[in-house]
Ligand binder design. Structure first.
Ligand code: TRP
Length: 335
């Protein structure tokens, strides 16, 4: 029998998901669930590594992010959606893995370095934050995931996971841990509506999957375009112009987008016309998602039941791996 490949990915529940998440990973999850054994994790414990002051926010966003998942078509019959902090095996494996990595290596993780800067931690980095890449290695290996669909900012995490796997397997002469591979989205990352390189939930430049039509309208109207395109007759720039990047990602009529690009570059096409078309396309794209969200949101208990079921199933898998991990380390005292 052909065995399905195992894939795992997740999100920190610190805010609703947006178009950038859709393009970067939600779309590929919806596809992957058809021919993979897919685990999708609400990484609440990881979220707490920099939200320890506000667990309530994490708690609220468990439901919001679950609603986002369900509304884009992640199907709990095909995909195991679960809550990280309810998987004790992950915490325990993190403890053992931490001994296989040096403090110096942790300090040189590029994503961590960048995030320390962005968050302005200076010398006061929470220790839990510093080691979250190792906890992420436990997330991935507890499920023996071969594929990890993520954005390119997560590549250092996968690299670090591979290092842990190799070290563990070599040291304890075993093959229980599986080396994962990152699966990058074929679409480049989506810029923010302000033209900044990345759409971020805390950057104030995102269009959320749950935004209402009038919110989307306001955001699209205010979108950054080519700042040198002052008069309609001026030739405009398409590269680095988020309006066109979004059209590339969401418009269904690719030929029309190419036509608009050519016209814009020639001059004579106003930003408001392009934005109007983008708005139509975005609203059409978001409508079914928002409808499904509203349906699920009517019954939050049902959504929590889905998470409970998924978490039970995930726990069985991760616990089995933990038994193998302990046994390969020779600390399975009472077996
Ligand atoms: N670090 C990821 C993010 O910030 C979330 C995450 C946690 C994750 N554990 C994971 C992603 C395991 C992939 C696999 O988006």
């Amino acid at each position: 029998m052909h065995k399905k490949k195992i894939a795992l990915t997740g999100d920190r529940p610190t805010g609703k998901l947006h178009l950038g998440h859709y393009v970067g990973s939600l779309a590929s999850r919806v596809k992957m669930q058809e021919d993979h054994c897919l685990f999708v994790m609400l990484a609440d414990a990881q979220a707490l590594t920099d939200y320890s002051h506000d667990p309530q926010k994490v708690r609220e966003n468990i439901l919001e992010v679950a609603l986002d998942y369900l509304s884009v078509g992640i199907d709990p019959k095909k995909t195991t959606i679960f809550i990280q902090s309810l998987i004790p095996a992950i915490a325990e494996m993190t403890m053992y893995f931490l001994n296989l990595v040096t403090w110096n290596r942790l300090k040189h993780n590029p994503t961590i370095k960048l995030e320390i800067q962005q968050k302005g931690y200076g010398e006061e980095v929470p220790a839990g934050f510093m080691i979250y890449p190792i906890s992420q290695a436990a997330d991935i290996t507890a499920f023996k995931a071969q594929s990890v669909p993520v954005g390119d900012d997560q590549l250092p995490m996968i690299e670090q996971t591979v290092e842990v796997v190799r070290k563990f397997n070599r040291l304890y002469k075993t093959e229980v841990l599986i080396e994962p591979k990152a699966v990058l989205s074929p679409v480049a990352r989506l810029p923010g509506i302000d033209g900044k390189a990345k759409m971020g939930k805390s950057l104030g430049n995102a269009i959320f999957l749950s935004d209402l039509p009038d919110q989307v309208t306001k955001k699209v109207k205010g979108m950054y375009t080519d700042p040198n395109h002052l008069r309609v007759d001026d030739p405009g720039k398409v590269e680095g112009n988020p309006v066109f990047t979004y059209l590339d990602a969401f418009a269904t009529d690719k030929a029309k987008v190419e036509e608009l690009k050519a016209h814009y570059q020639r001059g004579g096409l106003g930003d408001s016309v392009v934005k109007k078309y983008l708005l139509e396309e975005l609203l059409a794209f978001l409508e079914p998602i928002r409808k499904r969200r509203e349906e699920f949101a009517k019954d939050p208990q049902h959504v929590m039941d889905i998470l409970w079921q998924g978490t039970q199933a995930a726990n069985e898998v991760a616990h089995q791996t933990l038994i193998e991990v302990r046994s390969s380390m020779g600390i399975d005292y009472f077996r």
